[in-house]
Write a protein that binds this ligand. Structure first.
Ligand SMILES: Nc1ncnc2c1ncn2[C@@H]1O[C@H](COP(=O)(O)OP(=O)(O)OP(=O)(O)O)[C@@H](O)[C@H]1O
Length: 490
């Protein structure tokens, strides 16, 4: 008998186990083993899925090459740390002259003579008849129960619900309507944070407990749909600590929604002019922290991302504030993406009355320097506590920028500070802020500083005094001035 026959005979022998043949028993054992392994694998996969937190998933959807890494590389975020950034130098001769004149009026230069006032008025005065029209009316955005949300905790949190379906589209998180309906307690009135030009904003709580702001477009037609796409394209891929973070969106049927990180301390407009004001005045330091953060966000959008992003609607209600008084620039609905050297001629001027740059309002010419102008107005608003346009004031005080130029031109810079501030800024800090603001609102857009330069100017303790020193003929004379101003400050 061959060995194969012997093996066959052995396998065909009946075993004591249910009288099954040996080969049947071996086959059954192998099958059971495979089934066992598959069972263990599927239990493990299910367990892993149910444990994966939502925010981890969200993060995993954000591309690894996110642009804020780029920011650090170009140093926009790290200005203050870099030794080079401690040195303020003005390369542009025209700017030198302008700065010199402004400094003289702001009282940092001893060389100022009475003529400077007339010289400067040509710098500061816009074209006559500059009309501040806007193609779109800026809606002020009524804020309901914001203070209750912030201080009283009156709005009950939506109940936590089952995990939302995880559906995504390349970038960010694609929330389903059901996710957001649940998160906002069925878009209840109690969850309304405010209302902007293109829809309601609701507070919501995601399944993992993350607080979010859900912007619900009024409809998906025309401008609203366009703004939705622009906002997703403009900030979907950018990340910066001073930009409100877009976590995802919802496109379902006619519904269009944007889901942002929730910023819990109101916006700059509310702090300066609105309800939150009653809970205390924003200190000078807090105002400058918010302003500096805003400048950093703009420097990032203009200089660190490609294509650059022109926000087009910088105003106090779009500067959200967190509980550490960090600025979070929001509302990119009007943003424009431009290639680095590109300007754009707009057929319709969009923006908000009082903040729009003159060349953009008059000719539709748009580039990042239009944002710089709006930023200058924002800075003046923070210093003075005044609205950019206030019809309740006397004729020459209606327009904030014009009034400020008159005040500085007549050496009354100290009188422009918000009277509600309990602790006034030092003379040095005030002059720095005013000088930066006036340079930003220069009617000639080419003369406005880049936002990265604005950041450096605001961040440098010795600005504008270093610049002043550069303009002194004698080092000794400048030291006298610095000592004098240091004395003023103390
Ligand atoms: N991420 C957010 N976290 C907290 N509050 C927010 C958030 N986004 C917007 N808000 C608030 O919702 C309200 C409406 O904001 P929205 O940006 O839609 O309009 P707006 O800036 O007031 O007006 P407009 O749309 O005309 O520019 C504002 O009070 C704003 O502070």
């Amino acid at each position: 008998m061959s060995s194969r026959d012997a093996l066959n005979a052995e396998l065909s022998e009946k075993t004591p186990f249910l009288g099954l043949k040996l080969w049947v028993l071996i086959g059954l054992s192998v099958g059971a083993f495979i089934l066992l392994i598959l069972g263990i694998l599927s239990v493990w996969v299910t367990f892993r899925r149910s444990r994966r937190p939502l925010d981890k998933f969200l993060l995993s959807q954000i591309p690894n090459d996110s642009k804020d890494i780029k920011v650090d590389k170009v140093g926009v975020e790290g200005f203050s740390d870099h030794p080079e950034n401690q040195v303020i130098s003005v390369h542009d001769k025209t700017s030198d002259k302008k700065s010199e004149k402004m400094l003289a009026l702001l009282g940092t230069s001893k060389s100022s003579d009475p003529d400077n006032i007339s010289q400067c008025s040509s710098i500061y005065h816009h074209e006559r008849g500059f009309s501040l029209h806007s193609g779109e009316e800026g809606s002020s955005g009524t804020v309901r129960d914001q203070s209750a949300l912030l201080y009283g905790g009156l709005v009950t949190a939506s109940p936590l619900v089952a995990l939302p379906e995880i559906s995504h589209l390349g970038w960010g998180h694609w929330f389903t309507l059901r996710d957001l309906d649940r998160a906002t307690n069925h878009f209840s009135g109690e969850n309304v944070i405010g209302e902007g030009g293109y829809g309601m904003v609701y507070k919501g709580i995601l399944i993992n407990g993350t607080e979010v702001a859900v912007k619900k477009l009024l409809n998906n037609l025309g401008q609203a749909e366009k703004e939705f796409r622009v906002e997703v394209e403009a900030i979907g891929h950018v990340r910066h600590k001073n930009l409100v973070r877009l976590l995802g969106y919802c496109i379902e049927g006619v519904h269009r929604m944007l889901v942002y990180e929730y910023v819990n301390n109101g916006n700059l407009e509310q702090w300066l002019h609105g309800e939150i004001w009653q809970h205390g005045t924003l200190t000078w330091e807090a105002r400058m922290k918010v302003i500096l953060g805003t400048a950093k966000a703009l420097a990032y959008l203009h200089e660190a991302v490609e294509p650059k992003v022109v926000h087009r609607d910088i105003k106090s209600s779009n500067i959200l504030i967190d509980d550490e008084f960090n600025a979070k620039v929001s509302d990119f609905g009007l943003a424009k993406l431009l290639d680095s050297r590109e300007s754009h001629i707009a057929t319709r001027v969009m923006g908000t009355f009082g903040y729009v740059a003159p060349e953009y309002a008059n000719t539709g010419l748009l580039n990042e320097r239009s944002d710089t102008y709006s930023f200058g107005v924002l800075l003046l608003e923070a210093v003075t506590g005044r609205d950019p346009v206030d019809y309740e004031r006397s004729a020459n005080e209606i327009n904030l920028v014009e009034w400020l130029k008159i005040m500085v031109g007549t050496r009354r810079a100290e009188d422009v500070v918000d009277p509600n501030l309990k602790a006034r800024p030092t003379t040095r800090a005030l002059r720095r802020a005013l000088l930066v603001a006036l340079r930003c609102v220069d009617p000639d857009s080419d003369q406005r500083p880049k936002m990265s330069r604005v950041v450096r100017m605001l961040d440098a303790d010795d600005y504008p005094f270093r610049e002043d020193r550069r303009n002194r003929k004698s080092q000794t004379a400048s030291m006298e001035i610095i000592e004098k101003h240091d004395g003023d400050d103390s």
